[in-house]
Every structure is written in C-alpha cells, then in structure tokens.
Write a protein of this length. Structure first.
Length: 164
C-alpha cells in the first residue's frame, strides 16, 4: 500500500511538471499557456492566445509573430462597438507594461494566423516565434484545444480578455 502511495505521488508530480512545461521565459518576460484551437478543413484563419507577464521595471512590446502554418501572422484586438464585434490589426504591436500581465485571449487581444496552409489539428502543437521589441525572439509551442474551446484544458482559470 505504501508503495502505491509513493507511485501515485510521483505520477502526480510528473503530471504537474508536464502541465507547466509549456511556459517560457525571455529576459524579464514570462509567457504562459500558449494555445490555439483546432480548425475545420478549409478554414483560412485562426487565433492564438497566451499570457505575458513583465516582471521587469521597463515596458516591452510584442511586435510580431511568425508561424509556418500561416501565410501571414498579425497581432489583433477584438472589441464590441454598438453591438457589433470588430477586429482590428495592431501594426505597432501589443504593449507589455512593466510589472503587469497582459492576456491574449478569445474576444480580446490575440495572435491572428491568416492564410492557413492546412487545418490546425489537435494531434500536433503549433510552433510560433514571438518577437518582442526589447527582449527579442522566443519560439513557443501552442497547444491545440478543440474547436470553439474557451481555453486550453487545465488552463481555463487563467484565461480572460485584456490586461489583468
């Protein structure tokens, strides 16, 4: 019985480690929970989401993203205006203020994968290169949630729109 308790404890520690394996650090920036959704065949676009925390004393900015799955990748925001959802390209990027957390989430700030070359499937993570104005570049792997999912499995409590 004692052996079983130790095995279960070790397994849960491994599972906890795996759950945080997708987190990345780039200088004073911490990037958590990068994810996207699976797309149906023929879809031309998809959104990418993540959380960026700037632990430093100087602001930074996410200025671009690249992904082999898309012909073009842009940084966008969505907002409601007079009851109509509007999406807007942010050519200057997304500010990451010093000491703050910025969430890229459905219905708000996000990475927009355009001109998809093939459907995004749940069987393979999506590599994405993020470029920050000051911190530089980092490659992250976005986990793939089912179509329409509000967030990645096990990470739903962290998601939300805008700044935290």
């Amino acid at each position: 019985m004692r052996y079983l308790v130790h095995v279960l404890a070790a397994a849960s520690m491994l599972a906890a480690t795996t759950a945080f394996a997708a987190d990345y650090t780039l200088g004073k920036l911490e990037i958590e929970a990068p994810w996207t959704r699976a797309t149906p065949p023929g879809a031309k676009a998809a959104g990418g989401f993540l959380i960026v925390t700037n632990t430093g004393g100087e602001a930074d900015r996410l200025v671009s993203a690249e992904a082999g799955i898309a012909g073009r990748v842009e940084l966008h925001t969505m907002s409601m205006t007079d009851g109509v959802m509007k999406m807007r390209h942010l050519p200057e990027g997304i500010d990451i203020p010093a000491g703050e957390t910025v969430k890229l989430a459905p219905g708000g700030l996000h990475v927009m994968f355009m001109e998809l070359k093939e459907p995004i499937t749940q069987d393979a993570p999506v590599p994405v290169t993020l470029t920050f104005e000051k911190a530089g570049q980092v490659e992250v792997e976005m986990t793939v949630a089912p179509p329409g999912a509000p967030g990645p499995a096990g990470q739903g409590h962290k998601m939300g729109g805008g700044k935290n």
